[in-house]
Structure formats: structure tokens, C-alpha cells
Ligand binder design. Structure first.
Ligand code: SF4
Length: 180
């Protein structure tokens, strides 16, 4: 069973890769870049994934384009809805690629994160699969959250401090005003 795994970063890939291989899947990764800002941060995450994937003998398709402008255009005036749009863009792109590459299914490391909207990702994954004509493999990888996190620390892997887009970077670092 060939599965295309959308991989948001190296640390989030550790546990899903382990689980899927245990289940007998032949896993190939897909690194999507448009939502990771700025470009230097994107390159840092990609480098960490390249190093990890090589050590695990996992093949990965690395997106060549970097459409920051296109990403921002989709979000303007819809900032509050941005994660829904971002999930769909990432999962639908993965689904189409999986279909074209004749994979049996596709999935995402987003299902590993405790910081993401898990139910929404599951819904959007299923919808993207339906639209592209390929099954979405749903699994709650959050059960391995500690395992994955501890291994990434052990391996001294680069661990990012915000989700990806410039909006999330602001939310992480801009001092929040407290009510007087
Ligand atoms: S916070 Fe994360 S999921 Fe939401 S739009 Fe930004 S990169 Fe995408």
C-alpha cells in the first residue's frame, strides 16, 4: 500500500512515519512550502526534513515553487478563516499529487499536532480525498505526541516556534495587550 504523506516538518513526521511503516505502508513524503514564512524559515525546516528523511530512507517530494504572494492573496480579508483555507490548500494539493502518482491513499502529519484543529483537518482531508478521487487515511497520531517530541529533542532536530505563516509568527512573538 503506497501512501503519500504530507509532511509539514521533520519533528511532526517522526511518529506518523513510524506508525504507518508498522502498519505496512510504503511511505513517501510531500513537503509543501507556500505557508511557511519567511523563506529562510522554510529553508531551515526543509533542511531538517531532508536530513531526517535521508536517515530514515524516506523519499520525499519537495515542492519547487514558493508562492508566498498567492498564499497571502487567499488570506486577505479572510484572516480569521486562514487555517481552514490553508489546510484545504495543503491537503487538496497532496491528494491531487497522490492521485496522479497512483498512490493508494494520502495522509498528513498535521494529524500529529496538538496545536492544530484536528477535527477540521480530518473533515477537510476526507473532502479533499473525495474531490481528488483518492482515500484520505485518517489516524489520530496525537497519541504519539510525547514519543515524537522526545525523539526530536534527542536527535537535536530543528524545532520551529510557530506554525508557519507570518500571521502565526506575529501571534507567537508580538506582545499581547492585557486588559487594564
Ligand atoms: S497558522 Fe498554520 S495552519 Fe493556520 S494559516 Fe498559518 S500556517 Fe496555515
Amino acid at each position: 500500500m503506497k501512501i503519500l504523506l504530507h509532511t509539514c516538518c521533520a519533528p511532526c513526521t517522526i511518529y506518523p512515519l513510524e506508525r504507518l511503516r508498522e502498519k505496512g505502508f510504503a511511505v513517501m513524503g510531500f513537503f509543501y512550502r507556500h505557508n511557511i514564512h519567511p523563506f529562510t524559515e522554510c529553508m531551515q525546516r526543509e533542511a531538517a526534513l531532508r536530513e531526517y528523511a535521508q536517515s530514515m530512507d524516506m523519499k520525499v517530494i519537495y515542492q519547487q515553487e514558493y508562492d508566498l504572494e498567492g498564499f497571502l492573496r487567499k488570506m486577505v480579508f479572510r484572516e480569521a478563516e486562514r487555517c481552514r483555507i490553508c489546510y484545504y490548500e495543503r491537503l487538496f494539493t497532496t491528494a491531487k499529487l497522490a492521485k496522479k502518482g497512483e498512490f493508494d491513499s494520502f495522509s498528513s502529519t498535521l494529524l500529529f499536532s496538538r496545536h492544530q484543529n484536528h477535527a477540521l483537518i480530518a473533515d477537510i482531508g476526507a473532502a479533499a480525498g473525495k474531490a481528488a478521487g483518492i482515500p484520505f487515511h485518517y489516524e489520530d497520531f496525537r497519541t504519539g505526541w510525547e514519543t515524537g517530541r522526545d525523539k526530536s529533542i534527542e536527535m537535536q532536530m530543528y524545532r520551529q516556534q510557530y506554525c508557519g505563516c507570518i500571521y502565526s509568527e506575529k501571534e507567537r512573538y508580538y506582545p499581547q495587550r492585557k486588559n487594564p
